[in-house]
Design a protein. Structure first.
Length: 54
């Protein structure tokens, strides 16, 4: 059985700013990882999830 919940948050101005910074950093790291994988794939190399996390 799987359960799903929905939560709604109402952050104040400072919390919204911190969330925006946090998600911006996470997006940048994710995009860098995708770019690295694409570059290595074009060179014929592969990188695993564990290596990518290092």
């Amino acid at each position: 059985m799987k359960a799903r919940f929905r939560y709604r948050i109402y952050p104040n101005r400072l919390q919204r700013l911190m969330l925006a910074k946090t998600f911006g950093c996470a997006r940048m790291v994710c995009n860098d990882a995708i770019r690295l994988r694409q570059d290595l794939y074009q060179k014929g190399e592969k990188v695993g999830d564990t290596e990518l996390q290092k």
